[in-house]
Design a binder for this molecule. Structure first.
Ligand code: AMP
Length: 204
């Protein structure tokens, strides 16, 4: 199963992708997580780290290279779930070229839809476990006692607005690009409700 998750920040792409990794036994490939790991390790060039912190998009070539290396690894041979990539038409074209080279093709492109008002509420309350990367919500799914959590530096209201704007600038082009592969899924409601809708979308 080769899947792509597209949606605004805080739409639940990561949470839902993680669930599917267990169901299909294929890895989740999240450019945001890969870039944050490099940023935390100090191996991301300073200008790229700054753009990330400000909520801007990195240049296509920087993320395309990351993905090209990652999806060529053996654990991706049976499939993978892309989360946060592609985000531009240029990235989508690059991905198509890579997949052709690997004799692979996408099965579905899931667009998770959540209104902006809900996104802001979700993101300012989002906290990430420092050791496992699990995502919690301060009110709806707080971290168990004893867990060290932190807020992403781009999860502030001002930066969310920029990230939503970046998403708004590019998602139509992606929807057009992927045409009949696209399934639009309502991302509001509980995690279980959204999972059920995604399962239905994968069969449709
Ligand atoms: P995310 O965790 O998906 O919200 O990504 C966090 C940040 O990483 C984004 O705001 C961008 O700065 C950067 N990033 C992640 N994926 C991409 C991508 N496909 N293209 C450009 N920038 C990206």
């Amino acid at each position: 199963m080769m899947l792509v998750f597209i949606g605004p920040p805080g739409a639940g792409k990561g949470t839902q992708a993680r669930r599917l990794t267990e169901r299909f036994a294929i890895p989740q490939v999240a450019t945001g997580d890969m870039l944050r790991a490099r940023k935390d390790a100090g191996t991301l060039p300073a200008d790229l780290a700054e753009t990330m912190s400000a909520g801007g998009l990195l240049p296509d070539e920087a993320v395309v290279r990351l993905i090209a290396d990652r999806i060529g690894e053996p654990d991706c041979a049976r499939g993978f779930i892309l989360d946060g990539f592609p985000r531009t038409r240029g990235q989508a074209t690059a991905l198509e070229g890579m997949l052709k080279g690997l004799k692979m093709a996408l099965d579905r492109v899931i667009f998770l839809q959540v209104p902006d008002s809900l996104i802001v509420e979700r993101i300012v309350n989002r906290r990430v476990c420092v050791s496992t990367g699990e995502v919690f919500h301060l009110m709806y799914s707080p971290a168990p006692p004893g867990r060290e959590v932190r807020q992403r530096d781009d999860d502030t209201e001002v930066k969310i607005r920029r990230r939503l704007q970046e998403y708004g600038n590019t998602f139509e082009a992606l929807r057009e690009y992927y045409g009949s592969l696209v399934r639009e899924v309502d991302g509001t409601g509980s995690i279980d409700e959204v999972s059920t809708r995604i399962s239905q979308a994968l069969e449709a």
